[in-house]
Design a protein around this ligand. Sequence first.
Ligand code: ZN
Length: 318
Amino acid sequence: MSADSGFKELDLALSRTKLDRAADLRLDKNALDEMWLRAEIAQISGDRFRILTDEDGRKISLEFLNATQIKEENGERYFLGIAASGKPYFLWHTPFNESAKPTFGTFKGLRDIGAFLNDLEIGIAAHGLALSQWHDAHPMCAKCGAKTESVQGGSVRECVVDRKQHHPRTDPAIIVLVKDSQDRVLLGHQKIWPTNRFSTLAGFVEPGESFERCVRREVFEEAGVNVISMSYLGSQPWPFPASIMIAFDALIDNPEAAKGDGVEIEEVRWFSRASMKAAVAAAQIILPPTISVARAMINHWYGPDAAKDLIGGEAWRN
Ligand SMILES: [Zn+2]
């Protein structure tokens, strides 16, 4: 397969975007000020976005403000990028707690609204959620303990004392659809998940580790099987709070050895397409939500009938 053929086949909901991040403009304070005045401004309060919805809640979109509508004084503005129309987009980030919550508007988290948003909004929400949570978590300088402030359009925080710059971090995690030579797939159940919830294996990449090595390690640790080959399938930001999921499928050569590690993975099960269809129909398993990489991989393996045959399972993977 060519380097990106798998990438194009997986439809990863949170990877969609329509904005040019225009990173060169982050250093231009005058340009940021000028763009702010004509921008479409999404708002996040804590981890909840300002939204518009119809009465029965079936249509949801982000609500965009203009600069004159921004009332709260205790917020930060982050430059997100420029649309093809030339319109700049910003995020207005305010705290969320009972005393600070906005006095008007409806606010919901990305988990609740992700399935409804268009590509432009998804890009804004994934970028904005990851960025704002990083800002929330880094009010102090890791070097000297003094306060930090948002600079460069919100893409960096800088210590007010020693001017050390702190950059947003993203934590890579591999996620892998394990297969055997019969084209069956191996799904696992974690102790902390709802009963009957089965999904693909996953784990954080450790310092000094390649993605490929991480795939082999995690699959062996969690399920006791040996990866003999793997293919890259794509990646999706997972801003809960700061991950990116790097997706692979992997062939193993000892399917009979598959066994949960008893720590993280309580149980593993092999599924053919027929047995998965039957298990879903009988409510014996619950699959991960459609917006997740895991579900995209499962559906991709299952084939065109996945949307018809594998109904249900909208509980989020954390
Ligand atoms: Zn400092």
